[in-house]
Ligand binder design. Structure first.
Ligand code: FE2
Ligand code: FE2
Length: 369
């Protein structure tokens, strides 16, 4: 099939003449007269270097992004001159409030400085010397199987939306790229951990994957973000915060510490995005509640599944004996109640009122009482 081009430059005599003139040293220099803002930006802190905040000035700044980007849907850098004829990229997210948050620039810079390497920053060679029973190793490998299964959704979801978001929101798109890299690393570290100490991967989870599918199927970016960043990753963050208590070895404690700092950024963005969204669209709070009614049900399925709940109980109780299990059940319930409370707290901080009363978690807790 012949390659189609909107302009066949080889048939364009004026273009060819222009090339010939340039070869003879006759330059047009039209770009020199672009009516763009002249600026001179420099790092506020030599240690941090040139950050996005340092160049967040005038017509180049994030304040220059209008709430609705009507003027263009092109790849032109924000602040540049826009000649006629730029192609329409077909972006579907052209409203700032549908993706924005007030901490994007800082989170992007932090995400670069806190990158780590799952191959070299974990002391894999120390694992065989760690004291761990075969049963505890199996419980941890089941948890790693589940985590390997769920982590990649937080790569797939940003990757699905990035090409649909208007290019003017370049800092946000860059932050989502960093999240995708973070989550690829999380998938990597848990997969490696499962294979590193004699057991391997164990059982995949039907309910986990239905929950992940629900995130991908969300109707809008904001709905997907609340589901992923606040509900899904909020619970993952709370689990990692308990890493000290459930990690069977010092190597595993370090893994949890490292993934936790990444998750904290993702959750922080999600919370601040919901806040920005609700301030711009207070009447759309019901839309978020409606989505959460279903999303929380999927999450309850995951939290109550044998593939997740049982290894958590065994790891928290530090063993399989009756006393260990009882202790594990008590600690896991305590941790999950804390995670639910933190989730409500984040929604309230973002300005979503009334979730505690309406939540599926509240209904579940009443049924279990
Ligand atoms: Fe993650
Ligand atoms: Fe994450």
């Amino acid at each position: 099939m012949a390659y189609y081009s909107p302009v066949d430059f080889l048939q364009d005599e004026e273009f060819i003449e222009g090339m010939k003139r340039r070869q003879n040293g006759e330059l047009s220099l039209t770009w020199m007269d672009a009516a763009t803002e002249r600026v001179r930006c420099s790092p506020q802190s030599p240690r941090r270097g040139m950050t996005y905040k340092d160049i967040n000035v005038g017509s180049y700044s994030t304040d220059a992004i209008p709430e609705v980007i009507r003027s263009h849907r092109t790849m032109a850098p924000r602040g540049s001159a826009l000649p006629l004829g730029l192609p329409d990229m077909g972006y579907l997210v052209n409203r700032k409030s549908e993706v924005w948050a007030n901490n994007i620039l800082a989170l992007y810079e932090e995400s670069k400085t806190r990158q780590w390497n799952a191959s070299t920053d974990i002391d894999w060679c120390a694992l065989p010397d760690c004291q761990i029973t075969d049963d505890m190793e199996k419980a941890f490998c089941q948890l790693c199987t589940l985590l390997t299964e769920v982590e990649m959704i937080a790569t797939d979801l940003p990757a699905k939306w990035i090409p649909l978001i208007n290019h003017d929101m370049i800092e946000l798109k860059s932050l989502l790229c960093m999240q995708a890299v973070d989550e690829a690393r999380h998938t990597e570290v848990f997969r490696k951990r499962a294979l590193a100490n004699g057991v391997g991967l164990l059982q995949a989870s039907v309910v986990a994957e239905h929950a992940l599918k629900g995130i991908l199927d969300a109707d809008t970016y904001t709905q997907a973000s609340v589901f992923l960043h606040l509900l899904g990753e909020g619970f993952i963050l709370s689990t990692f915060r308990n890493g000290e208590a459930i990690a069977p070895t010092a190597v595993d404690k370090k893994i949890f510490r490292l993934v936790m700092q990444d998750e904290a950024r993702h959750v922080s963005y999600g919370m601040m995005h919901l806040k920005y969204f609700l301030r711009a669209h207070p009447s759309r709070a019901e839309e978020i509640h409606f989505m959460l009614d279903e999303a929380e049900t999927l999450m309850i399925g995951l939290l109550g599944s044998a593939e997740l709940a049982e290894p958590l109980i065994i790891l928290a109780g530090k063993g399989f004996g009756r006393e260990h299990i009882e202790r594990g059940v008590e600690l896991t319930l305590f941790n999950q109640l804390k995670a639910i409370d933190e989730y409500f707290g984040r929604l309230e901080h973002a300005g979503l009122e009334g979730r505690r009363e309406r939540s599926q978690f509240t209904k579940l807790l009443a049924m279990l009482a």
